[in-house]
Design a protein around this ligand. Sequence first.
Ligand SMILES: Nc1nc2c(ncn2[C@@H]2O[C@H](COP(=O)(O)OP(=O)(O)O)[C@@H](O)[C@H]2O)c(=O)[nH]1
Ligand SMILES: [Mg+2]
Length: 367
Amino acid sequence: MKVVWRDLVTILTQEEVLDKGFSRAKKAADRVDDPVKVFRVRKQLVRMVQTASDIMSQYLEDTEKSWPSLDQMPVFDRAMVDACVGCDDYRHHLSMLGWGAKQMRKISKQNVAKITRSARFEVMHDARKEAYGRLSSIMRRVGPSLDWLHESRMILRNLPVIDQLNPTIVVCGAPNVGKSAFISSLSTGKMEVNHYPFTTKQLHVGHFNHRRVPHQLVDTPGLLDRPMSDRNAIEMQAIAAIEHVGSLCIFLMDISESCGTSLDDQHNLLEEVKSLLQDIDIIVVVSKADLMNPLPSNWDEVKNSELEWDGEGEPNLPILIDEEGCVTISSTESVGVIALRLEMARRCKENNKTDNLTLPEGWYRKD
Ligand SMILES: Nc1nc2c(ncn2[C@@H]2O[C@H](COP(=O)(O)OP(=O)(O)O)[C@@H](O)[C@H]2O)c(=O)[nH]1
Ligand SMILES: [Mg+2]
């Protein structure tokens, strides 16, 4: 169900498909052997028409089938396709290939009938020529769709990869509040930087495993880190896609204001994020706890319990809490991060419980 755009093979141009069809047709005709000239010529011409049509229509059908169907695609990928190349165009150009293949098979049938019905060389040759002309004209109609698919493949190959079957935690907050530091401190591997091909915006993805379940952490710089009065349709679509895959949102707030954004503006951003990600459970977390003076009162307790935990099971480690009673962490000192990670995994699981009743789109219940 996961869409792997990298696996799409290159798309031939209409000239290349025609070349392929006609050169294979010629080879097939050369192999025909019959001592009686009229039979031999007839067989050759029939072979040419059939082979050319078969090769080209098969190519078109295989290509159409090898592209993921929009109806079976996870919602995140579909929203990306829509934002990048447009779902209507996607559907139209793929269906043009199917249309072309059908027309070609029809032409082959009709002109083969003409060839076999006649014993006159001129009629037979004309029918072959006519078939080639009609096949070429169908290819000319399909050509722009092949070009479109070629271009789209280049774009779709670079789509960000999010596995919608695994929990996804969206990390937001103003610039410099510590989102990257937070994701890095939790991630086992390196943070991947993906690009939305349709904007200059990026998507940063980190991963951690909890009880063998990979959890994805995504940060969307430029998209959810500043208030924007005029997000364009494409950016809104990216946000909708993010909302759809998100199981949980962590909103980081830097109360030291060392990030350069005032607390008021951070609160405004929080309200905006809440309205944009309406369907996602949001936890507000205060970052950079190590800068607090005094340190949170349970700093040592949290630090020690995190150090003592052996990584097994799902203990309830104490959450780091600041003076105001807010959840907090220090990514640089690694305090409160593991306790929060356990809480995030719990929340993701809880939030998925209800989702399990409604299967992901494109999945069918077998009862
Ligand atoms: N003292 C302290 N600094 C932090 C912490 N987390 C991030 N920073 C610093 O804050 C700055 C911005 O962090 P970054 O993760 O790049 O923020 P982002 O823009 O939200 O991704 C960097 O200089 C970090 O070193 C933290 O927990 N404690
Ligand atoms: Mg960052």
